[in-house]
Design a protein around this ligand. Sequence first.
Ligand code: UFG
Length: 341
Amino acid sequence: MSANNQIVVTGGAGYIGSHTVVELVNAGYEPIIIDDFRNSKEWIIDRLNDITNQSLKVYTVDCTSQTDIDKVFADNKGIVGVIHFAAYKAVGESVAEPVMYYENNITSMCVVLNAMKKFNVEQLVFSSSCTVYGEPDNPIVDEHTPIQKAESPYGATKIACEQLAQFAVQSGQALKICLLRYFNPIGAHPSGKIGELPQGIPNNLVPYITQTVKGIREKLTVFGDDYNTADGTCIRDYIHVVDLADAHVKALNWLAKQSSSVCEPFNLGTGKGSSVLEIIHTFENVNQVKVNYQIGDRRPGDVEQIWANAAKANNVLNWHCKYTMADALKHSWNWEQNIEA
Ligand code: UFG
């Protein structure tokens, strides 16, 4: 008979998912990983077993299969919550493949909510994104900042899943939900054993930097230096992935204390914005390396500047970042040097 401490982690072998699995174990939960490894590698599980000193439970199944997901819930009697990471996440790809994005991201959310209803599981933590705020009038966004019309199918699936979560709660299903709106996750586990595994050419800034310094890419292009910011490059709120992972544990702890149904959004960022050039120069300083870069054109669809007001997560969830942007960039480089070929 298992204790009532099992947490289903869909996408548990992914970038944020894998770091969250570690924090769940540290906090005394038993994670049950669901991942079909389409955007990860099976050796990440060996690394997780190594870090946590456990033999973690893993189901290699697709989250859009109701039958397979129901079976996970039927097999495990101590499930108290779900953290739903499994989703496609590349903005550009979503523009080329909108149906694939809707089919995968929306269906898996429906499957998870169906399984939770069938098996009386109440706590859900959903991976959302600051993309829901679009290009805000004020760069510092809190949870009252209006949700914008989505600029990409990826963003549209995040908004749709947030709305579905709200409607599911309003329908009377016994549900307690946190919608976690991530800003820009960077960094890797300090052990260097897990981190981000981009497929092909990275879309995101930091993996592009680490691959350039490693020699996999020739040169980083900075997408525009004519924005209305101090150095002309875009500003984002870069948050260490371990801090982000810890927020999921804090969210579950908070949900467990709620006596009635709830659906609350939380911004997860450091509260500080950094420009692209600041990231590059900090990376160079902390790692004592040179980043080969050039200034290029703006990337279509990029928001000029956005960073989080994370006071709600700080105060309500009692969550606080422990790592700096410099720590994260050190850990990213450490990880890049440890990635298996
Ligand atoms: N950048 C470059 N060169 C690159 C890659 C990125 O200059 O090769 C710049 C971008 O123009 C941007 C910054 O680095 O100014 C960060 O870009 P990322 O692609 O790393 O991250 P984004 O802020 O564009 O995207 C992130 C998430 C998305 C999410 C989006 C919401 O990755 O999932 O925030 O704003 F939708």
